[in-house]
Design a protein around this ligand. Structure first.
Ligand code: ATP
Length: 234
């Protein structure tokens, strides 16, 4: 089991948001984290990447508790945030080089991968562009290209489809499927269920920081009996 979130209670300073969240993301699988606005999807991901500290519970990656051994897992996780975060003073090429340095990647191998992803997202002729030159969707694509460069155990993807056009959405779905088949455990938060169900093996459904249901779509339909957050709302 790659990622295990066990009885996670957490939130912001003294504000408790997550109330006893537990789920697993096996290697070679893509799990969709679904729920309405404010359900706690990003908060869950923020705990897994270490931005927030659990008040209770544990987060374990391949047997190592992320709270107890923060240093050793940093290079084993990649993250595509909901809102692209780029350095205004760095070009696209420099963002790619920075990612290679951060993850200590072999430059030749990583550039081969980068070239392929850049072509897929039609960014290959924009290596000298700065973030100010990119649209929101293009910035999102830059984040995706950088996150896919390292070979990680866990890929976290927060609401990836919102700024993407249909072509890029299709390309991302294919790349996530490829990553999954290569062995990566992927947790993807989304409320675009129609798109997510094309690639997700299972789902975790939360509302107001609480687990509502987990399993395949049909499991969810059977378990979800709360009208205000039923599957049909997502
Ligand atoms: P969305 O689909 O809108 O992105 P989400 O499921 O990702 O929603 P979160 O962003 O995790 O939801 O928010 C969960 C709860 O935490 C909400 O009640 C929100 O108001 C609260 N929250 C989010 N960020 C903060 C913050 N920085 N400080 C305090 N409360 C926050």
């Amino acid at each position: 089991m790659a990622l295990e979130v066990n009885n996670l209670v957490g939130g912001y300073s003294s504000i408790s948001v997550l109330k006893d969240i537990s789920f697993k993301v096996p290697s070679n699988s893509l799990v969709g984290l679904i729920g309405l606005n404010g359900a706690g999807k990003s908060t869950t991901i923020n705990h897994i990447i270490g931005l927030l500290k659990p008040m209770k519970g544990s987060i374990v990656l391949n047997g190592v508790s992320l709270q107890e051994d923060a240093g050793s897992y940093k290079e084993k996780i990649a993250y595509i945030p909901e809102i692209p975060v780029l350095y205004e003073e760095l070009t696209l090429k420099e963002h790619i080089e920075l990612t290679m340095m951060a993850y200590q990647l072999d430059k030749k191998v990583a550039w081969e991968k980068a070239d392929r992803y850049l072509k897929i997202f039609r960014l290959d002729n924009k290596l000298d562009w700065f973030p100010i030159n990119f649209s929101k969707g293009m910035k999102q694509k830059v984040m995706i290209v950088c996150a896919l460069l390292p070979d990680v155990d866990l890929l976290l993807v927060d609401e990836p489809f919102l700024g993407l056009d249909p072509l890029a959405t299709r390309d991302l779905l294919n790349l996530l499927d490829e990553e999954k088949r290569a062995g990566t455990a992927i947790l993807m938060s989304t409320h675009v269920l129609t798109t997510a169900q094309e690639v997700c093996d299972s789902f975790v459904m939360i509302d107001e920081g609480q687990m509502l249901a987990s399993g395949t779509l049909s499991d969810l339909q059977a378990q979800s009996n709360q009208p205000k957050s039923s599957l049909s709302d997502i």
